[in-house]
Design a protein around this ligand. Structure first.
Ligand code: ADP
Ligand code: MG
Length: 449
């Protein structure tokens, strides 16, 4: 299986060269090898939608790259998540090399210090995390990092983990969420051979050089887990082992936290993460584009950073949604239109003059003396088609609405039809005086009233 994954990586490299970056990141990169049996390479996708997209638009590319590497007579089967589950249940393939790798390293390789954007909001927490990573057990012990949802606590913990793993591979690092710690503990008590498993639990947690517990706030209601964590903490701390804790609030605000544990948490350094300011948000988005190989215009990027101002996870989520939508309509660079589509504020958009889609449509209708139902309808006579194209052009130019959205306004037309209309009028304005006059007179109608 390891060998097959290696070959698969070569297929991916080939595909990366033959399709756009966004298509690659969106459709090919997420594919995983599930199995290779009877001359069929079985791949899994992240959704049925992705599966259909690949089958519809990219199968030839996939087939030819796979053929180059695995040989011409290899078949490909693509499974969506449900089919994958059924396939695995039926065939129980051996673990892939990737699974083994994932078990070995609990840290997300993308969550590094390099990928962490530093701004006013997080610079002290970042510096403290680095200091701890460089000299575990020597600087701040424990290091307690707190901040709201999606502000980068888990990222920082993983960054420390990744750093220590490569700088001091001999150190034993244990990273758990509070939930995992609690479950582990409860399980160790519930077992029939109680003594053995509890001692296993103790070994696991007390033999490490660095212990990280993410989202410790969940310990608040669990008295016996608090007790156990208190003992673990003391044991490790006494031997100079590093402890790193994250929480969504400072120790004094974690209700029902035992006083002795609260005071332990304040022994080292407590650092908070604040919401990033605009510049930091833009920098985070740029970083994300670099990592995920997204291409997006500056204007579009600033728009996202302006609208989402507190949660970095949401910021990233919006960015990938935008690039996804943009890729769907075949663009290589996402622009403001895609952002607006993603934010879904389609119909309220106003340009500087204050016109919206409906006002533009009614101005065009009034100017040419045709009805709204005709302009958005199916009629193909010249008297209707030209005004329709002018309206499409003006909406696209003045409001920068996505083509797909404009298509919906005009009776569900395809985005290529809209693009054609827009380009035709753009071209005519350059060469045809009559069209120029139409557009400028309609614009005048809009601004005067
Ligand atoms: P938390 O654990 O605080 O809820 P995460 O660490 O899971 O938040 O962060 C949410 C997402 O935001 C992650 O994908 C993370 O990489 C990203 N992120 C947060 N802060 C930063 C930052 N300063 N620079 C780059 N990415 C960040
Ligand atoms: Mg987290």
């Amino acid at each position: 299986m390891q060998e097959i994954n290696k070959l698969w990586n070569i297929v991916l490299e080939k595909l990366e060269l033959s399709v756009s970056n966004v298509s690659f990141v969106m459709w090919f990169k997420p594919l995983k090898v599930v199995d290779m049996a009877n001359d069929t390479l079985v791949l899994s996708t992240k959704s049925t939608f992705a599966k259909n997209q690949i089958l519809k638009n990219y199968f030839d590319k996939l087939k030819s790259a796979t053929g180059d590497v695995f040989g011409e007579n290899i078949d490909i089967e693509i499974l969506d998540p449900q089919e994958e589950a059924q396939y695995i249940a039926k065939n129980k393939p051996t673990k892939t090399a990737l699974d083994v790798e994932a078990n070995k390293n609990p840290f997300n390789p993308k969550y590094t210090f390099n990928n962490y954007v530093v701004g006013k909001c997080n610079q002290t927490a970042y510096a403290a995390a680095r200091a701890v990573a460089e000299n575990p057990g020597k600087n701040f012990n424990p290091l307690f990092i707190y901040g709201g949802v999606g502000l980068g606590k888990t990222h920082l913990l993983h960054a420390i983990g990744n750093y220590i793993r490569s700088a001091s591979p001999n150190l034993k690092i244990k990273y758990v969420t509070c939930e995992q710690f609690t479950n582990d503990y409860i399980e160790s008590l519930g077992s029939t051979s109680k003594a053995k498993t509890y001692s296993e639990f103790r070994d696991k947690y007390r033999s490490c050089d660095v212990l990280m517990v993410d989202d410790i706030q969940f310990i608040s209601k669990k008295t016996s887990t608090q007790e156990e964590f208190f003992n673990t903490f003391n044991d490790l701390h006494q031997y100079g082992k590093q402890i790193i804790i994250s929480s969504d609030r400072p120790p004094k605000e974690i209700e029902t936290l035992e006083e002795r544990l609260r005071s332990r948490f304040t022994m080292g350094l407590i650092q908070d993460l604040q919401s990033p300011d605009f510049e930091t948000r833009v920098a985070i988005l740029r970083k994300k584009c670099q990592i995920e190989k997204y291409s997006i215009t500056d204007k579009a990027l600033s728009y996202i950073a302006d609208k989402i101002d507190s949660n970095v996870r949401e910021l990233e989520g919006m960015l990938s949604k935008v690039c996804f939508l943009s890729n769907l309509v075949g663009k290589t660079t996402a622009d403001l239109a895609d952002v607006k589509e993603a934010f879904n504020d389609k119909y309220e958009e106003r340009n500087e003059g204050g016109a919206n889609t409906e006002q533009i449509i009614s101005a065009v209708c009034e100017y040419f003396d045709i009805s709204r139902s005709d302009i958005v309808g199916k009629k193909k006579s010249k008297e209707i088609v030209e005004p329709r194209m002018i309206a499409i052009y003006m909406i696209s130019e003045m409001l920068e609405l996505p083509l797909v959205t404009i298509g919906k306004i005009f009776g569900g037309r395809d985005h290529t039809t809209i693009m054609h209309a827009r380009d035709k009028i753009t071209d005519e304005i350059k060469h045809n005086r009559k069209t120029q006059t139409f557009v400028s007179e309609i614009k005048k109608m809009l601004t005067s009233g």
